[in-house]
Ligand binder design. Structure first.
Ligand code: G6P
Length: 481
């Protein structure tokens, strides 16, 4: 088998470089070892005069990285536009933030079609294509239009929301139709699966039976594959990183004070405003906690050209400065707030230094920071994870202190409780989480998706004559249903 993995963002394989987002960080170690070709955006654009999609190729472990320059005329409409101003807010149940235009949608489709053409050069008879995330919902359909008959699977790293929310994206039907060209569609959680299956039956009138939906494209299997991490490797990295200069400096600066840590992209789905308010509330309600615990919040800037992200950055900067102004002392800063990225190596050491990890998104596909925080802990004296019940990770990490990120008072009380939790309880909770992390490793995620994809393709070719009659709306390439 020749595996071709596709995602918008790539990672070049240096554990000492800052990493943006869980997807690239998660894929890197397994792609390196699997011998796959990993294709994605180079981050550069080119004008439309190019005849062939330009790809710079470099070795990555036993495989290769292919970095494509995307078309300049469509990049903005695709990335800042449709992917991150229409799909991202919808997928995270923020219909109020959806900004959409027909032009952006067309650019999104153009980039999906461009990527499909670029992938043809990597196709061999035994190739398996695995497409990642919401940037490429329509890529499978574009590949099929180009005559690709090899297995093509798709994994969504974000949630799939309730039917009424996705319907806020005017092109939802044609996108869902395009998705059914995939042989296998993977989700992070049962809820995402149920929402998608519910959408297919209630909005598209299709029947989903035993995880299989039959459409004019043939059969598509849908299934749940919660993404994991390499917990043992991360633990080793964390133990080593404790002597990294950045980590040692942090430890020295604490003077014995406790530390809570939050590490997020600066994104409205991450619940950062509510988190800062919860710390404010905690220090107000329990003044004795001033000087005994501070928060290190790393908020890596992301998608800054989009208005909602710019607004959030300003709101957070103001809020943090207000909280620091009210609770701070000449020799004590309650919140250390950093707008930059850190390497996996340094992050591992920072997580191990912190007695509390706060991961409180309003909605998140999985959230690998939660898993990494747990894996990084010292087994003899582990920290406590405070985790939003609306992160996919809460399904497995159910012995974390689970919180509702909208309930600021309760979050404040829970963080205080985490700070005073006895060692025995901390160890019991942590050990239970580590068992789950070891069991649901990234290697297991990767291998089980690829296995089910090959099976799903085999099922599909058996029944290819048995396709259903197209419903009246099928295919809707240009309407805004
Ligand atoms: C999330 C998405 C990824 C994305 C990452 C970083 O994790 O699911 O697909 O790569 O955020 O976002 P960015 O826009 O910076 O690539």
């Amino acid at each position: 088998m020749n595996l071709v993995v596709v995602s918008n963002r790539l990672s070049r394989g240096n554990a000492n470089e800052p990493m943006t987002g869980g997807l690239a960080a998660a894929l890197l170690p397994i792609v390196e070892k699997s011998g796959a070709i990993w294709v994605g955006s180079s981050g550069r654009v080119r004008d439309g005069a190019q005849k062939e999609p330009f790809a710079e190729i470099e070795a990555l472990g036993t495989g290769a990285l292919a970095m494509l320059d995307l078309p300049a005329a469509h990049y903005g409409g695709y990335y800042e536009g449709f992917a991150n101003s229409a799909l991202w807010p919808a997928l995270h149940s923020r219909a109020d933030l959806i900004r959409v235009s027909q032009g952006d949608y067309l650019s999104y489709r153009e980039v999906n079609a461009f990527m499909a053409r670029a992938l043809l050069r990597f196709r061999k008879p035994d190739t398996v294509f695995w497409i990642q995330d919401y940037h490429f919902l329509a890529l499978g359909a574009e590949l099929r239009d180009l005559g690709v008959t090899q297995p093509v699977g798709f994994f969504l790293h974000t949630p799939w929301p309730a039917r009424e929310v996705i319907a806020g994206v005017p092109h939802h039907r044609e996108l869902a139709e395009a998705m059914l060209a995939y042989d296998l569609i993977g989700f992070q959680t049962e809820d995402d699966y149920e929402n998608f299956a519910g959408y297919l039956s209630s909005t598209l009138g299709l029947v989903v039976a035993d995880g299989v939906v039959t459409s004019p494209h043939g059969k598509t299997r849908i299934a749940v594959f919660p993404i994991g991490i390499d917990a043992e490797k991360f633990a080793r990295q964390a133990a080593r990183a404790i002597s990294h200069p950045d980590v040692s400096r942090l430890r020295r600066s604490l003077n014995g004070e406790k530390l809570a840590i939050g590490v997020d992209r600066l994104d409205y789905s991450k619940g950062l405003v509510n988190r800062i308010k919860a710390f404010d509330q905690m220090w107000t309600a329990q003044p004795s906690l001033a000087r005994t615990v501070s928060l290190l919040q790393i908020a890596t800037p992301s998608r800054g050209a989009i208005e909602a992200y710019g607004n959030l950055q300003s709101e957070l900067a103001k809020l943090v400065s207000d909280v620091n102004g009210r609770h701070g002392e000449v020799d004590w800063t309650p919140i250390r707030y950093l707008n930059k990225g850190f390497s996996q190596t340094v992050l591992a050491g920072l997580y191990r230094t912190a007695q509390v990890g706060v991961v409180t998104p309003l909605h998140d596909g999985m959230n690998l920071v939660a898993k990494e925080y747990v894996a990084a802990q010292n087994p003899a004296d582990p920290g406590v994870l405070v985790l939003s019940k609306f992160a996919g990770a809460a399904n497995e990490l159910d012995t974390a202190l689970l919180v509702n990120p909208h309930d600021i008072d309760s979050m404040a009380r829970t963080i205080a409780m985490a700070l005073s939790m006895p060692l025995l309880e901390r160890r019991m909770r942590w050990e239970a989480m580590m068992i789950k992390l070891r069991h649901h490793s990234i290697q297991h995620w990767f291998a089980s998706f690829v296995d089910v994809l090959e099976l799903a393709r085999a099922e599909r070719s058996v029944v290819v004559q048995d396709v259903v009659e197209p419903p009246t709306w099928w295919p809707l390439r240009s309407a805004n249903g």
